[in-house]
Design a protein around this ligand. Sequence first.
Ligand SMILES: Cc1ncc(COP(=O)(O)O)c(C=O)c1O
Length: 407
Amino acid sequence: MQANDLLQLAEQFGSPLYVYDAEKIQSQYNRLTKAFSKVPNLRINYAMKALSNVAILQLLRDMGSGLDTVSIQEVLLGLHAGYSPEKIFYTPNGVSLEEIEEVHALGVQINIDNLSILEQFGAKHPHVPVCIRINPHVMAGGNANISVGHIDSKFGISVHQLPHLVRIVENTNMNIVGIHMHTGSDILDIEVFLYAAEILFDAAKNFKNLEFLDFGSGFKVPYKKDDIATDIDELGKKLSKRFNAFCTEYGKDLTLIFEPGKFLVSEAGFFLAKVNVVKQTTSTVFAGIDSGFNHLIRPMLYGSSHFIENISNPKGKERFYSVVGYICETDTFATNRRIAEIKEGDILSFRNAGAYCFSMSSNYNSRYKPAEVLWMNGQGYLIRAHEKFEDLLQNQIPLPVDVAATV
Ligand SMILES: Cc1ncc(COP(=O)(O)O)c(C=O)c1O
C-alpha cells in the first residue's frame, strides 16, 4: 500500500483508523505454505486473537486457512465467519471444564493444557479425540509477556510430567490425536525452535494414535527496514526435512500444523491517527495524536516499537518527536523519534498495526473504538464502523431512580 492510499482512506473514513492490506495477508500466507511445501500434510490455523474482524476471518478462510481460537467466543465468531467446526482448533489456557465441554459439543478440536482438566475431561468423555499442549521448557520469545514455554510459565503440561500424563490417558481411555507446543512470540533463532521441536518429537513417541503435531507459532516479523525476522524459508527447509523423517519413524504421515497470528497480519496493518497538538517543552517536542493506548496498547504493554511516518508530509525535513496519546496517564508511542516535520492536523501512520492492535483496544477514558478498513483490489472496504455514543451505553443499565435516591 502507498502512503497516498492511506491518506485518502483517512480523509474518506476519518481518524483514528485501522487499515489492513489484503494482498499482504495473502502473500504472507503463500510464503508460509511455500516454505513448507515439502510436507505432504500441512495445515495453517490462523491465531485469530491477533485480529478477529469477521471480514479478515473470511479472507483467511477463502485462502484455505483454519483457525486457532482461545475462547468459546472466538469459536463462535469463527463459525459465524463460515469456518466448519473441523477447521477450528481450540487452545485455551486456564478455562473451565464446562467451556471445554461446550466447545467440544460444537465439533471443534480441543487442546488441553493441564493435567487436572485432562483427567476430568478424560473420565467424562473417553475416546474423544484430544490434543495436548506440552510445555517443552524452552526459553523463547522477545519479551517476558510473550515467552510462554519456559519453566515458570503457566502454559502447557510440563514435558517432565509425561509419565503422569500417559497414566491419565491410559486410565481414562483417552484418544490423543495430537500434541502441541507454543514457546512464545518473536523467535529470533530457528535453532531454538528446532530444539523445541525435538522435544515434541520425543514426546510424540508416547502416543500411538497421533494424527498431527502442532508447532504453535512465534515467527518474528520485521518492524523496520533491515530488522531481524524469523527466516521462514530456512525454518521450512530444516523442519520439513526433520518432520518428514519423524513421520517415517512414526510409521504414519502426520499433519504439521502452525498457528501464526503476527506473521499473517502484523505487517498488513496500518494505524492512522491525526496530530491534535504539537507541544514544545523545555526538553522535547511532543506530537499529541487523536488516540492513545486505548487503541494501540502494544508500545506501553510490550515496549513494541512501531515505525511511524508522517504521511501528510512524507518528504519533509526530519525532526525529533515524542509521539504521545490523549489518555490521562503516561501514554507514549515513541520517544525521541526521527519523523518528517509534523504540523497539527497531519496524519501519522503506524506500521505493524495488524496484530494485537485493534483486538486489544478498549473504551478506556470512554473513547470510541476506531473504524477498520480492508484495502482490496485498490479499494477500501469499511469492515467496522467507528463507534458512536450509543455503543458506550449499550449493555449499561441505570439504577431505577427511586433506588439511586436511597444512597
Ligand atoms: C497458543 C498460541 N498460538 C499461537 C499464537 C500466535 O502467536 P504469534 O502471533 O506470535 O504468531 C499465540 C500467541 O499468543 C499463542 O498463545
